[in-house]
Design a protein around this ligand. Structure first.
Ligand SMILES: O=C(O)CCC(=O)C(=O)O
Length: 295
């Protein structure tokens, strides 16, 4: 679906102005939409998983661990395929207001793609370089949106997501180095051509929902506080968007319709998109691995 088609359906959670802001800039941050009980449960699960990570010594199916991870000082960079980690994560993704927000942004027929919980620990470990999401998981159109929920307050000094307004209408960059190796980030030579002066921080209180279009250029700085920044991220698309390469981190619910109905006709956008590696053959670590965050 395109924004014009989506506009023919009234939003049920967001205001028209909020949705227009998303279409205009390629991102959005809204406080106060997630019920307190859900926020409490997500935090409870997050803390339990960080605790469980103490008994893991290497990254695996569930945990992407930083190089300094230890039982005494757990350093989980990412909880992978979140909806497969606990049924309540899937309930949140499919039954809560989050899926209604997705419907406001991608149209009434909503397909679930993937999910993860990213932690940004104090220090420089999880700095995320400028990138777009769609080159890692291309679809037949550009409706996919990542919805994030900050599990705790996220001020500017805690390494919030930062987005470039309007970049969703610009080029889709190749996220590989000169040798063709996947880097998960825009090449420095390409970023040198981009005006970053209008970059906006998506800050907010615990429970703030952030939305980032799949073409929007975004990044996140170091966490300068002494508190971890957990953000749960869920990707949805219009039902008429079809992934044309294997997902980097598929879940048992990838492709499930969470609102409305499956598409009977695919929407194909003619704007060209770079081709990622075949993750089903290569395997996918995480953006931190691809961007060599452990160096
Ligand atoms: O967690 C972050 O700060 C950035 C996450 C992100 O952009 C991604 O995982 O694609």
């Amino acid at each position: 679906m395109t924004p014009d088609t989506i506009r023919t359906h009234k939003p049920t959670v967001l205001t028209e102005q909020q949705r227009e802001a998303y279409f205009e800039t390629g991102f959005l941050a809204v406080e106060g939409l997630i019920p307190a009980e859900w926020l409490r449960r997500l935090n409870e699960l997050s803390e339990a998983f960080v605790d469980e990570s103490r008994s893991h010594t290497a990254s695996g199916e569930a945990f992407d661990l930083g190089p300094k991870h230890s039982p005494a000082s757990p350093h989980v960079r990412r909880l992978r395929a979140l909806v497969d980690r606990h049924p309540d994560f899937w309930r949140f993704a499919s039954e809560s207001v989050l899926a209604d927000i997705a419907a406001d942004l991608v149209g009434p027929d909503v397909k679930f793609h993937s999910s993860k919980l990213n932690y940004k620990w104090p220090g420089t470990g999880e700095v995320v370089q400028w990138h777009q999401d769609i080159p890692a998981w291309p679809h037949t159109n550009y409706s996919p949106v990542t919805l994030g929920v900050y599990l705790t307050d996220c001020p500017a000094e805690q390494g919030p997501l930062t987005c470039l307004p309007g970049s969703q209408n610009g080029p889709i960059y190749v996220h590989r180095d000169d040798a063709g190796t996947w880097t998960g980030s825009v090449r420095p030579t390409d970023m040198a051509t981009v005006d970053r002066s209008r970059a906006a921080d998506l800050v907010g209180r615990a429970g703030t929902v952030i939305a980032i279009n799949c073409r929007t250029l975004h990044a996140s700085r170091a966490n300068l506080t002494d508190r971890v920044r957990p953000v749960a991220l869920f990707v949805y698309s219009s039902a008429d968007a079809f992934a044309w390469m294997p997902a980097p981190t598929p879940t048992s619910h990838t492709g499930d319709i969470v609102r409305g109905f499956p598409a009977t006709v695919a929407h194909l956008d003619s704007f060209p998109c770079p081709v990622p590696p075949d993750w089903s053959r290569l395997g996918y670590g995480s953006i931190f691995v691809a961007q060599k965050a452990e160096m």
